[in-house]
Design a protein around this ligand. Structure first.
Ligand SMILES: CC(C)(COP(=O)(O)OP(=O)(O)OC[C@H]1O[C@@H](n2cnc3c(N)ncnc32)[C@H](O)[C@@H]1OP(=O)(O)O)[C@@H](O)C(=O)NCCC(=O)NCCS
Length: 154
C-alpha cells in the first residue's frame, strides 16, 4: 500500500482530519472531538495519505521544551492493522525527535475492559512506548489513564 506521510498545513486538510476523527466513534466521544478540533489548531499535525485521501492523522502537543505529547491519532477503521499507524508514528517522530527528547501518550488504562483500547495499548507497546503510571481517575476524565513514554533523544 502506497502511504505518504505529510504535514497537515491548511484549513481543508484540517477539516478532513476532523471528519476522519468523527468517524472513529468507538474511540472519540463529543468532548474528544472538540479537543481534537482545538488541539488541531495549535499542535503539530501529520497525515497519512492514500492516493491523496487522508486515511490517518496524528497531533502532537508540547508539554515543555524537552517533552511532547502524542495527543491524538487515528486511522480509518477499514484500514486498521495494515501498518499505517506504525508508519505515521515512526515518520512523524523522526521529525518531532529533532525538537524534543521524550514523547508521552495517555490512553485508557488496562484496568478498564474495553476491547477497542486493548488494540491501542498493544499498538503503543509495540512501537516502544513504555507504560508508566496509571492515574485513576485522571483529572478531567471519568476513566483511569495509563501513561506511556518513549525516548526520542539519540
Ligand atoms: C491505534 C491505531 C492508530 C493503530 O493504527 P493501525 O494502522 O491500525 O496500526 P498498525 O497496522 O500499524 O498496527 C500495529 C499494531 O497495533 C496493533 N493493532 C492495531 N490495530 C489492530 C487491529 N485492528 N487488530 C489487531 N491489532 C491491531 C497490533 O499489535 C499491530 O501489530 P501487528 O499488525 O503486528 O499485529 C488505530 O487502530 C486507530 O485508529 N484506533 C482508533 C483510535 C485510537 O485508538 N487512537 C489512539 C488514542 S488517541
Amino acid at each position: 500500500m502506497n502511504i505518504a506521510i505529510k504535514t497537515i498545513n491548511n484549513a481543508a486538510e484540517l477539516r478532513a482530519l476532523n471528519d476522519l476523527a468523527a468517524m472513529l466513534k468507538e474511540h472519540f466521544n463529543e468532548a474528544g472531538l472538540k479537543s481534537i478540533e482545538k488541539d488541531g489548531h495549535t499542535g503539530r499535525r501529520f497525515g497519512a495519505y492514500l492516493a491523496d485521501k487522508l486515511v490517518g492523522f496524528i497531533i502532537y502537543k508540547e508539554i515543555n521544551p524537552e517533552a511532547v505529547e502524542l495527543a491524538w491519532m487515528g486511522v480509518s477503521t477499514e484500514l486498521h492493522g495494515k501498518g499505517i499507524g506504525t508508519k505515521l508514528v515512526e515518520e512523524s517522530l523522526r521529525e518531532i525527535g529533532k525538537s524534543y527528547k521524550v514523547c508521552e501518550v495517555k490512553t485508557l488504562s488496562d484496568t478498564e475492559e474495553y476491547e477497542p483500547y486493548e488494540k491501542t495499548r498493544r499498538f503503543y507497546k509495540k512501537l516502544g512506548f513504555v507504560p508508566l503510571e496509571t492515574i485513576n481517575p485522571y483529572p478531567g476524565w471519568s476513566d483511569p489513564c495509563q501513561i506511556f513514554v518513549r525516548f526520542l533523544a539519540k
